[in-house]
Design a protein around this ligand. Structure first.
Ligand code: SF4
Length: 372
């Protein structure tokens, strides 16, 4: 299990290694033939790589076009419940927030599916829940997938970690992919952000990716919440995790996304580690250079300008038209979204912005198309 491997890496030593990388090591990584190592990744993510954004962008574009062509896949999230028993201190759905909790019933889930169909030709849908084992358990998610599979050809979930046999049940119900954000790989600090509830168990979460691999999930998505701990160290730990997964579960496809918390007015949770736009671009390039086959994704947390700018530089999928409250696409609106949307353009406007750059918009998953 991955926990055994990550236990061999000391956070502070890894951080020190990243921050002591030199320009020469960055250049070595950029000119290297063959697969990059974790050490190369650290160089590309380090402050020493900041002056090399242009060559990194050019290589990122080249590798992405070689593997994926000039395409951009579109997806949309579907929150089916905001009920949650966890205490994540950065999240609006946490149990201490006095908000109206919604668990969509079957009729409401179908209404959401129909409302999404009115927005665009979406085939890639990510179904999301909070963590409340009493109401949003495997039976509930399985039933949701069964209902949605006649509307969408590619269903993924972003749900609390499950057992192997539970993932298998979801695969039988039509599941293609699972995304799970580790939030942070810093075990001691993880406890600070997740003080109570099931999610406070770091080992259970960090080993959930192994359980997905063992169950045969077709595509696994990784991510850290950028803004919790030093983002360079967290991304390096994630690159380690990715390489481990690719070696251990080599038949699975992998995706990485980059949710970042940005500073904002008010008393809400403020990021401890800020990543600016150039650093986010650097991170995307570093992952593309590290892994040419990876699906790299940006959500509507990011601005229209940034998303448009990154379209040809390494991304392979973007969301559009997103609502992050259960029932948000139809009539059952709740009073709080999980996070603020930064790009509220209609899906056809986002698609037009992709096409104008000479890229084809893909509403389906090409791997599944090839399988069928
Ligand atoms: S991040 Fe997820 S598990 Fe944590 S409070 Fe929010 S919805 Fe619940």
């Amino acid at each position: 299990m991955f926990k055994d491997l990550i236990d061999q890496y000391n956070w502070e030593e890894t951080e020190e290694k990243i921050y002591s990388k030199t320009a020469q090591e960055v250049e070595n990584a950029l000119t290297k033939q063959g697969r990059l190592t974790l050490d190369d990744f650290m160089a590309l993510i380090s402050p020493a790589a900041k002056p090399y954004l242009e060559p990194m962008a050019a290589l990122s574009r080249k590798y992405t076009q070689e593997r994926f062509g000039k395409t951009m896949q579109m997806f949309i999230p579907l929150y089916i419940t905001n009920s949650c028993t966890n205490h994540c201190i950065y999240c609006g759905f946490n149990i201490n927030n006095d908000i109206h909790r919604i668990v969509l019933d079957e009729t409401q889930i179908l209404e959401e599916a129909q409302a999404i169909k009115q927005l665009g030709d979406f085939q890639n849908v990510i179904v999301l829940t909070g963590e409340n084992p009493k109401v949003a358990n495997v039976d509930y998610v399985r039933r949701a997938l069964e209902l949605l599979r006649s509307y969408f050809s590619n269903l993924s979930v972003e749900i609390p970690p499950m057992e192997v046999d539970e993932y298998e049940q979801l695969i039988d119900a039509g599941l293609n992919g699972v995304t799970c954000f580790q939030e942070t790989y810093h075990e001691a600090r993880y406890k600070v952000y997740h003080p109570k509830g099931k999610k406070s168990n770091y080992t259970w979460r960090v080993n959930s990716y192994d359980r997905m691999g063992l169950a045969g999930v077709h595509k696994i998505g990784l991510g850290v919440l950028i803004g919790l701990e030093d983002w360079r160290t967290d991304l390096t730990m994630m690159a380690l995790h990715l390489r481990y997964m690719e070696k251990t579960y080599w038949q699975t496809k992998y995706a990485v996304s980059f949710p970042r918390i940005r500073p904002h007015e008010g008393k809400e949770f403020q990021p401890n580690s800020i990543m600016d736009d150039r650093e986010l671009a650097q991170s995307i390039f570093a992952f593309r250079l590290f892994d040419h086959d990876l699906d790299l994704s940006l959500s509507t947390r990011e601005s229209p300008d940034f998303r448009d700018h990154m379209t040809t530089l390494g991304l392979t999928s973007i969301s559009a038209g997103s609502k992050t409250d259960p029932g948000g696409y139809s009539v059952y609106k709740s009073e709080l979204e999980q996070f603020m949307i930064n790009d509220d353009r209609a899906p056809e406007v986002v698609a037009a912005a992709v096409k104008v750059q000479g890229y084809e918009v893909i509403w389906k998953d090409w791997d599944l198309c090839l399988q069928s």
